[in-house]
Write a protein that binds this ligand. Structure first.
Ligand SMILES: Cc1cc2nc3c(=O)[nH]c(=O)nc-3n(C[C@H](O)[C@H](O)[C@H](O)COP(=O)(O)OP(=O)(O)OC[C@H]3O[C@@H](n4cnc5c(N)ncnc54)[C@H](O)[C@@H]3O)c2cc1C
Length: 467
């Protein structure tokens, strides 16, 4: 279906990008053969191309399109669904060298950045100007802005600020034909025709490659307070979430849920402990931010009281950046931590309406019992997004486990959809969750395919992903 990358194509790629940015070395091909979905899903590209400008992207795509060569765009490779894995070989298009923050516009409250900017670099840079980019995921220190847009990443602060997509005002998109589209801009309103900008957000590199990105900024909240709340049961923590949200009368910016085994694993990995680890079965990590200190104090006291009323063992308050970091470091490292005890682990990312989290957790428990495996759960409980991690039982072969694991995660995704949710809340579909998408959004897929056909008639853009 596709052509191979031959000497002639390599020479043309070198003409476009320069010899330093085109590599067919074994080691380099290996390096770009997987993302965080792990070794089950690895496949090497035929050539790695590191583009340095929009014009280079355009020329590379045009060349690939004319010669039927598949192209897989890649950000930092921190994706967990195989989105950046070049499963058909071809060109691996790395955006890592397009890493400049081009402008911070304090009047329009936007920043303009290239797709290879590490998200945290943008967050830190705008913070120096007293501004805040709220669209960042938990992988803020490693992932790139372009990858965040392509997966419509979320994070812990979606309940208050929304996900990445809520903060993208403009996007340069390079289509497989080489045509450069400029969608949106610094303007904040636009009801002129179809919203192509939103179509591109979350398209996982299957419709085009993103160049410049214009993001929304807001004033940096002056005060941040975190509550760490241990609970004696999973149920008591989850039941408390809606109460915290209504009782505190100020919207928290994060409400994270972690079960005991997840905390234990992350605790070992980070060599730190949370309070009450000897007796808590689950935790909520709740964050408030704002500019009115008195209002914030009132809000977290109310939230703490609601937690205690519903059975919390204690409420710990972190009011300074060091105490906060101690709590969040453990949460941020959870995924890395479980990989150390199970290198084969792939996490689910189903999302349900917040009120149905208890039901969803119950379903996950039942599925774990059915397959005789432990399923660790953490959740962005404030927005209904549950990350479930089935652990490989010791007596099961890794090869057999891949199939079983996929079956478990597909089941969880379908259950979430039946509850009015979706198979992915923030990681995307990539390669790993295609079946889950098919099972849960069957009726929408023909239209998605039509859109893909119009924008990418030769199907060279990240083939084998999403559908
Ligand atoms: C420890 C850890 C924590 C994580 N926490 C979160 C979290 O809180 N929230 C969350 O949403 N995700 C999280 N993730 C997953 C991952 O970090 C996100 O999916 C992230 O948005 C991927 O960005 P990336 O730059 O690494 O993209 P990659 O993995 O390189 O690519 C992801 C997808 O985007 C496409 N792509 C990349 N760049 C472009 C571009 N410029 N143009 C077009 N397509 C492009 C790729 O083809 C691929 O389909 C986590 C991962 C890890 C390992």
């Amino acid at each position: 279906m596709f052509n191979k990358v031959d000497r002639k194509i390599i020479d043309k790629l070198v003409d476009i990008c320069g010899a330093n940015d085109v590599s067919t070395e074994e080691e380099e091909l290996e390096r770009y053969s997987q993302d965080e979905s792990g070794r089950f899903y690895a496949h090497p590209p035929e050539v790695v191309v590191k583009v340095e400008s929009t014009e280079e992207i355009s020329k590379v795509l045009k060349l690939a399109n004319e010669n039927l060569i598949p192209v897989t765009p890649r950000g930092a490779g921190s994706g967990v669904v195989g989105g950046a894995v070049p499963i058909y070989g071809g060109i691996l298009l790395s955006l890592e060298k397009m890493n400049q923050i081009l402008e911070i516009d304090r009047v329009n409250l936007v920043a303009v950045a290239e797709p290879g900017v590490v998200t945290n670099d943008l967050c830190k840079k705008v913070a120096e100007e007293g501004l805040f980019y709220p669209g960042y995921p938990m992988s803020v220190e490693t992932s790139f802005l372009g990858g965040n847009v392509a997966t419509n990443a979320g994070g812990s602060k979606v309940i208050k600020y929304g996900n990445t997509g809520h903060h993208i005002l403009g996007l340069e998109v390079i289509l497989p034909s080489g045509e450069i589209l400029s969608l949106g801009g610094k303007r904040r309103k636009d009801s002129s025709g179809y919203n192509l900008l939103n179509l591109m957000i979350g398209s996982e590199g299957t419709l085009g490659v993103f160049g410049r990105i214009i993001v929304n900024l807001i004033p940096l909240p002056q005060y941040v307070v975190d509550l760490l709340v241990p609970f004696p049961t999973v149920e008591s923590a989850i039941k408390t979430v809606p109460e915290v949200i209504t009782e505190s009368r100020v919207l928290p910016c994060a409400v994270e849920f972690l079960d005991r085994p997840s905390v234990e694993v992350a605790s070992l990995y980070t060599r730190s402990r949370w309070e009450y680890q000897d007796r808590a079965e689950s935790y909520l990590l709740i964050q408030f931010d704002g500019n009115n200190k008195a209002q914030l104090e009132e809000a977290y006291i109310r939230a703490g009281e609601a937690c205690l009323k519903l059975g919390a063992l204690e409420v710990f308050v972190a009011e300074n950046p060091f105490a906060s970091e101690r709590l969040w470091r453990l949460r941020r490292n959870y995924l890395e931590a479980i990989k150390t005890i199970d290198p084969y682990v792939v996490t689910g990312d189903a999302v349900v309406p917040t009120s149905l989290i208890p039901q969803m957790l119950m379903k996950i428990k039942e599925i774990g019992e059915e397959y005789k495996t432990e399923i660790l759960c953490v959740a962005h409980a404030g927005d209904g997004n549950i990350h479930s991690a089935p652990l490989k039982p010791k007596d099961v072969d890794p090869e057999d486990w891949q199939e079983i694991q996929e079956e478990i995660l597909d089941k969880i995704a379908v259950e979430a959809s039946l509850l009015g949710g979706a198979p992915s809340g923030e990681h995307g579909i990539g390669y790993v969750k295609k079946k889950a998408l098919y099972l849960s959004k069957k009726s929408e897929i023909p239209l998605m395919r039509e859109i893909k056909r119009v924008l990418d008639p030769n199907g060279i853009m990240n083939p084998g992903k999403v559908f």
